[in-house]
Design a protein around this ligand. Structure first.
Ligand code: UDP
Ligand code: MG
Length: 149
């Protein structure tokens, strides 16, 4: 079982897209393990995006992610990291395939609505920035057998 971190970024919250974006993940059959509504401060943003420090878009990215509240979620399942990334679409919404969240709701890379961990190591780094292990819920769902063999 894998876990991945998702952030519905400030633009998703401000535009009233929390429900519609979360629905995209739910309707694929992915299972939620944790969720909270928070405002990311500068320190947390710097930890989260440490890998991008020094890049031309870094300062703008930190300003963006700390500018307004976000919804942070953990989703759990087999190959969930890749599944969520593909549901989000390419980083630049212009390049994202139609039917993905970024293509269907966004137009610019700097306002691309959603973050998702890009690999197992990244997920293992990112999830504890937001959730303690005991905050995450492992639960069985009556529909599981109709979603996974
Ligand atoms: N970003 C940006 N301009 C760029 C590249 C990235 O504003 O040229 C922002 C964008 O919000 C992106 C985030 O920085 O989602 C992190 O970039 P990354 O390459 O990790 O993309 P992601 O993993 O979010 O698809
Ligand atoms: Mg990334």
């Amino acid at each position: 079982m894998e876990r991945t971190l998702v952030i519905l970024k400030p633009d998703a919250v401000q535009r009233g897209l929390i429900g519609q974006i979360t629905t995209r993940l739910e309707q694929r059959g992915l299972k939620l393990a944790g969720m909270k509504f928070i405002q990311i401060d500068h320190d947390l943003a710097a930890q989260h995006y440490a890998v991008h420090k020094g890049k031309p878009f870094y300062e703008g990215l930190i300003k963006y992610i700390t500018s307004s509240p976000v919804v942070v979620q953990v989703w759990e399942g087999k190959r969930v990291i890749e599944t969520v990334r593909r549901t989000c679409g390419a980083t630049n919404p212009i390049d994202a395939d139609l039917g993905t969240i970024r293509a269907d709701f966004a137009v610019e890379i700097g306002r691309n609505l959603i973050h998702a961990s890009d690999g197992a190591e990244t997920a293992a780094y990112e999830i504890p920035l937001y959730f303690k292990e005991e905050d995450l819920v492992t639960w069985s769902r009556v529909t599981d057998q109709w979603i996974m063999e």
